[in-house]
Design a protein around this ligand. Structure first.
Ligand code: ASP
Ligand code: MG
Length: 425
């Protein structure tokens, strides 16, 4: 007997018919003798619908009072799903009980719309499990220290599920979704993309932060911190497939000790169209200048990603960086108002039509020439690289958005990701 957490995404919970199928699947696991905790998302489209209603009526999205109510509204999507799923489980002849985040409780900080889980009280859930019940807990929401309902950011149910699994020391957390695992890249862009049977936690973390949408990045951070065994798999297989087969399907996130059947140098290609590039031209090249430019941007709570500073000519240099595309206009305003006059930069230039393409793989630690192969591949396609950033296990380039698909396809091929992986080489 194991303690298992299942997480079901919005599409998996998309209709009463789908919810019944989820209940049948969970019942199969419970009847096999496992203790089951289930964390569902809102029904697909529901959170968008709720947020749109709120935005129609909301005057100002930046006051804490408004954000509090936005979370109060958004959290109801998951409230409905847990109740429906518990009813469907009861109809399968199981004992089942649903809880909202505040009933568990799942404690968070007060950062409405992007709260972080601080702790989870496991007593109530443990008592229910011991009494033979299936426990259904809302994803996406929690309770702040003052007793207000919070939400964890879009896609936050993944994080709820992993946090619950960590708190309960679950044997495995299975993330059921509408794709059947983690792919070498998005199959909508590269039809030859392959499902990985395993991916290391660090690679998954990079893939999630570089734009792969399979898991919310915080859920991966949580899994790493608490070493939660995590598997991404499809909820669209027939619910009654043999449990052993299901338990082996999808993609397993591994930790380095349990290394690695599938040791390719590059595990996957990620891409992200959500950034914009800004250049500050003709800044004096002297100590403190990076801080003078980026300090006010950071103070405005804007995340800075790739940064590049050119060599100087005649004591002047150019300084470029990327920010989330949604913050592009605001960043330009900050620079115009606070930075340009203060440092006497000649010019500001912005380009929102860029994308970042990254190759990711822990094999890059021990293989040389991986980045240069990336650059060669792009040059053979005539794609100009505007910026580069690297870490131990990834290389990212910023290029013109219009070449994104071409770049991803060419890199996928160049790193042999089109072919089934071979054993360690
Ligand atoms: N329902 C929330 C959202 O749509 C959380 C989730 O689905 O993970 O973002
Ligand atoms: Mg999701």
């Amino acid at each position: 007997m194991a303690l298992i957490v299942h997480k079901y995404g919005g599409t998996s919970m998309g209709s009463t018919e789908r919810i019944r199928s989820v209940a049948q699947r969970v019942a199969k696991w419970a009847r096999a003798g496992h203790q089951m905790v289930v964390v569902p998302s809102a029904m697909s489209g529901e959170t968008n619908r709720l947020l749109a209603l709120a935005k129609e009526l909301m005057a100002n999205a930046s006051t804490p009072e408004a954000l509090r109510e936005l979370d109060a509204v958004a959290a109801t999507g998951e409230q409905v799903s847990v109740g429906l799923l518990a009813l469907a489980l009861q109809a399968q002849g199981l004992q089942a009980v649903s809880y909202a985040g505040w009933q568990v409780p799942i404690h968070t900080d007060t950062a409405y719309t992007k709260a972080r889980i601080s702790s989870i009280d496991d007593q109530r859930v443990r008592a229910d499990l011991a009494a033979g019940k299936v426990v259904v807990i809302t994803g996406f929401q929690g309770l702040d220290p003052q007793g207000h309902v919070t939400t964890l950011g879009r896609g936050g149910s993944d994080t709820s599920a992993v946090a619950v699994a960590a708190a309960l020391k679950a044997d495995e957390c299975l993330i059921y979704t509408d794709v059947d695992g983690v792919y070498t890249t998005d199959p909508r862009i590269v039809p030859e993309a392959r499902r990985l049977t395993t991916i290391s936690f660090e690679e998954m973390l990079e893939m999630a932060s570089l734009g792969s949408k399979v898991l919310q990045i915080r859920s991966v951070e949580f899994a790493g911190k608490y070493r939660v065994p995590l598997r991404v798999l499809s909820s669209f297989t027939p619910w009654d497939i043999p449990i052993d087969e299901e338990a082996q399907s999808g993609t397993l996130i591994t930790f380095e000790e349990d290394e690695k059947m599938e040791q390719a140098v590059v595990a996957g290609i990620a891409f992200n169209r959500d950034e914009a590039k800004i250049s500050v031209i003709g800044v004096p090249d002297k100590p403190g200048i990076a801080h003078q430019i980026l300090g006010p941007v950071a103070e405005a709570n804007i995340d800075i990603d790739v940064i590049i500073q050119n060599v100087s000519h005649d004591g002047r240099t150019d300084f470029s960086f990327t920010v989330p595309r949604g913050d592009y206009a605001r960043t330009m305003e900050v620079l115009k108002a606070k930075v340009q006059p203060a440092i006497g930069a000649a010019e500001l230039r912005g380009d929102p039509k860029i994308c970042k393409v990254s190759i990711v793989g822990i094999g890059m630690r021990s293989h040389v020439g991986v980045a240069s192969k990336m650059f060669r591949t792009l040059s053979e396609e005539g794609i100009n690289i505007q910026m580069i950033s690297t870490s131990e296990i990834k290389t990212s380039v910023v290029i013109d958005e219009k070449y994104m698909e071409l770049a991803v396809r060419a890199l996928h091929k160049a790193f042999d990701l089109d072919q089934p992986a071979t054993e360690e080489h």
